[in-house]
Design a protein around this ligand. Sequence first.
Ligand SMILES: [Zn+2]
Length: 381
Amino acid sequence: MSRIVEFEKAREPLPHSLPEIEPGIVNLPRMVDELPPEAKARFRRIFHVSQAVGHLDPPESMHPWIKGYFGSVDVVVAQRIVKITNMVTMEGALFNELRARRPMEARSPSDLVTEARTKTGDPFCHPESGTPEDIFGRVQGRYCITASNIAKYDGFHGLVIFREHDPLAFNEEQVVDYVTTARAWADEVMLQDPQSRYFFFMWNCLWKAAASIIHGHAQVTMTRDMHYARIEGWRRAALAYRRAHNSNYFDDLYAAHADLGLGFEANGVRVLAYLTPAKEREVFLIAPDLTDELKRALYHALACYRDRMGVLSFNVALYLPPLAPVPEDWSGFPAIFRLVDRGDPVNRTGDIGAMELYASNVIGTDPFYVIEQMRQAFRAG
Ligand SMILES: [Zn+2]
């Protein structure tokens, strides 16, 4: 099934020199302490970091298994936990040293996944006859076509159906086209209903990410009166932050990550491995607007997931300010892609439990490892 291939560790040196501290999530409190005063203050305006150590006493009979799985008994006996809270948005994450250092499980392509990826003949393979169209018809992209979702989340809820069946077979040109077509769909909606001004783009890949149909597709919605709750929550949080600190929240959020080596800029796009992620390997891609560079960055980040980190199932979301003027203040709110790994499709255990739904996100991947993979992928272009 799965086997140990390597330990997840970050190796990139920090932009400023912290020679004796190895970059890693369990060293975060010390790394923050070592930041220059201004950077430290900025980090602490956004994040609260707390540490704990969990102790246990395993019987001798368990030692061989523990050594085989975690490398040593010592790391299990006393486990460091880092709790991070975003004080602006009230998102939270718990990182366990042991989970963060847990060997990466190689996701060898299972028969189940391979079969799903190659078994064509579903309705999305012939969308013109297999799916309904919107009241304005369909938007044609070069590599995709839109459809109307049959059971809607909102007044306008469409699909961007990829011409390629295999949800993991995507290249740069295709990803750019998918997002461009999605955005063109939103323009068609606004001609029908000028009150629908809040656009949302999402891409669920494979069943672990809640895709009910395997065939590659993204989804689009347009909503009225107010953006979706999470996005409106961020707008309000960013506004309160600006009022309190006279500074743009998203600029400071990026800087707080970049100061620690958790963010970099490539072609006008800010890439960061988020410290309070929704789930594993969450990455933000931030640009002033939905530029072609941002769409290309989405491809590079997803290709990094697929080709470097073995991710098979993922979610993507696009946060954008409304597409037409609205009463509330969206100034300074950028375009942001959020993407997250949803785990091995053949693992029947869900990745989200009561902790994630009701308390705080429990994360097993070190953001320092994630950003290093992204840095290499973007460098390779
Ligand atoms: Zn298909």
